[in-house]
Ligand binder design. Structure first.
Ligand SMILES: NC(=O)c1ccc[n+]([C@@H]2O[C@H](COP(=O)([O-])OP(=O)(O)OC[C@H]3O[C@@H](n4cnc5c(N)ncnc54)[C@H](O)[C@@H]3O)[C@@H](O)[C@H]2O)c1
Length: 389
């Protein structure tokens, strides 16, 4: 029988609810402890998993039964929480973006190295099977080299309930920190080359949500290939229309019924406290008991339209496979439905911690993605192309 990896969770918010169906159903994982300042989330977790709960992260990291921690606290705490886990010798899966500055990212990597623990950054959508399959197809050489990648995602991100810092770029708010981290990861995964420069524009056109709600970025790679990434979180057009109305989490969506829902719901929040309370309804805890739980027969997670143009075909990852547009014909390279959503995250985490397999989504990987996200903000501000290190 597989020995389960004993995980402690730091931060029982929205991100945790999205990983919960994975953790709760994958036999390779045992949830043994959690920490969160919200008492109702702690109470729920203790009951649901018959597990230990703590108010602060340090006590959780000191728990001798915890072998690895999943850090899903707000961005600004990631650096302190990773360093704390490393001090206590715990392996780490930290949510994206790994940090808000390059220096913090470097400190996290150094702390992990010094403590000899594994540091992985995720979940990001580059873990999703359709992207991994597309990469394997590119690697097979059957379609020639990748020359260009286009990634396009339109969502309602900015109108989902938010904490104040999520709407303040200086504190890590806006779609570049939170959403480009996914899109850049996917593009880097498929390009399999080092990014050399970024030219970008960002959009901030709702004074009531005063942060980046949109961006478009061009990335050059050292092998001559290039990528174009566009994101809008302004809740108008929705790229799920291009994905057969399969949602980001693989859930079927009703296009008409869901149209305008995020904006409408947000109108009920008349104060910051109201909005935080609304956000917590989508998080783990008593208020969030009805938060989305993945069921059977879902499609794969996705992050909008992605097309990798190779010399002899365009490859388009989809929720059920990869569509190949070749010279003579097009066909769907079908993927089985996921038994456990996001199980690819556990594949990588489990192999890294239990068998010492070097993870793809390492600290260095996360840092390279963060560098591009920061370059998007810098290029938009200065009006210049930003060279990457
Ligand atoms: N990969 C994904 O699909 C995905 C989705 C959503 C969020 N995220 C990431 O997860 C992180 C959290 O975002 P969220 O939307 O879940 O926020 P959230 O506000 O819903 O949840 C954060 C949780 O952390 C708790 N918390 C705050 N301070 C803490 C501390 N010091 N110690 C322990 N817990 C603490 C909060 O009480 C809350 O329960 C962010 O970095 C975000 O980018 C990833």
């Amino acid at each position: 029988m597989t020995e389960p990896l004993k995980i402690g969770v730091i931060g029982l918010g929205r991100a945790f609810t999205l990983m919960l169906p994975t953790f709760a159903t994958d036999p390779r994982i045992a949830l043994v402890a959690a920490s969160d300042p919200r008492p109702d989330a702690r109470e729920c977790f203790a009951q649901e998993f018959d597990a230990r709960v703590f108010e602060d992260a340090e006590t959780l990291c000191a728990d001798p039964d915890v072998k690895a921690v999943y850090i899903a606290s707000p961005h600004q705490f990631h650096v302190a929480h990773v360093k704390c886990a490393a001090r206590h010798g715990k392996h780490v899966l930290v949510e994206k973006p790994m940090a808000l500055t390059i220096d913090d990212g470097r400190e996290m990597i150094a702390a992990a190295k010094a403590a000899n623990i594994k540091l992985l950054v995720g979940h990001s959508h580059s873990f999703d099977l359709p992207y991994l399959r597309t990469r394997a197809m590119i690697r097979s050489g059957a379609y020639g080299r990748v020359r260009m990648i286009n990634a396009l995602n339109f969502t309602d991100f900015l109108y989902r309930p938010r904490r104040p810092e999520e709407l303040d770029t200086k504190a890590g708010g806006g779609v570049v920190f939170s959403q480009a981290a996914h899109q850049v990861d996917i593009v880097r995964l498929l390009a399999e080359a080092s990014a050399t420069s970024v030219r970008a524009f960002t959009g901030n056109w709702d004074a009531a949500r005063n942060t980046e709600g949109a961006y478009t970025a061009q990335i050059k790679f050292d092998d001559g290939s290039f990528a174009s990434l566009t994101y809008s979180g302004y809740a108008h057009f929705d790229t799920d229309e291009f994905m057969g109305w399969s949602g980001e989490l693989g859930q079927p969506r009703d296009a008409d019924a869901s149209y305008g829902r995020a904006r409408q719901a947000l109108q009920k929040a008349t104060s910051v406290a109201d909005e935080i309370a609304m956000k917590n309804v989508r998080a783990y805890g008593i208020a969030g008991r009805d938060a989305f739980r993945a069921g059977d027969n879902l499609a794969h997670n996705h992050f909008g339209l992605v097309i990798a143009s190779c010399e002899r075909a365009d490859l388009r990852p989809l929720p059920h496979g990869v569509m190949v547009y070749g010279d003579q014909k097009r066909h769907l390279d079908e993927l089985p439905s996921p038994n456990i959503p996001r199980s690819e995250v556990i594949d990588e985490l489990y192999d890294a911690v239990m068998s010492g397999v070097p993870p793809l989504h390492s600290g260095e990987w996360g840092l390279a993605t963060l560098e591009i996200c920061l370059a998007i903000l810098e290029s938009a501000k200065t009006g210049r192309e930003v060279e990457l290190k």
